[in-house]
Design a protein around this ligand. Sequence first.
Ligand code: DQA
Length: 149
Amino acid sequence: MNIKILLLNGPNLNLLGEREPGIYGATTLADLESALQSQAHALGAELSCQQSNHEGQLIDWLHEARSWAQGVIFNPGAYTHTSIALADAIKATGLTVIEVHLSNIYQREAFRHHSMIAPVAWGQISGLGPEGYALALRALVKRAESQLV
Ligand code: DQA
């Protein structure tokens, strides 16, 4: 069975590359996704990439993923700090989620220091730029492989 991972990006992440590049860097979402697709391929996994600015859409994708994904790399954007609904969706689905942030949310404004997602995530990576997604992918694939044996 092929290991299948979902990459989920939340609000405003479609603007990566042009959005506050001093904070989020110059890499576009398309570049990030294609680099991750290649990495997934090299690891023998399949990666499906989705981005939405809408909370309900993100919830629907999480619900769908419970029937096919072995793990989720999730940058919920600002919903990280506000969304009980996304946290509930992760809990309800039982999906293994790694929360990823390009910036170090703990070095920024106080309202970014709290994550609603962290308590229901397997782990959190914050502040490593696009490398954080790559590390999350590696960790999820490794975890899924160890569960196959
Ligand atoms: C972010 C951090 C959030 O606080 C912010 O609202 C984002 C991006 C990050 O990747 O660093 O939209 O999740």
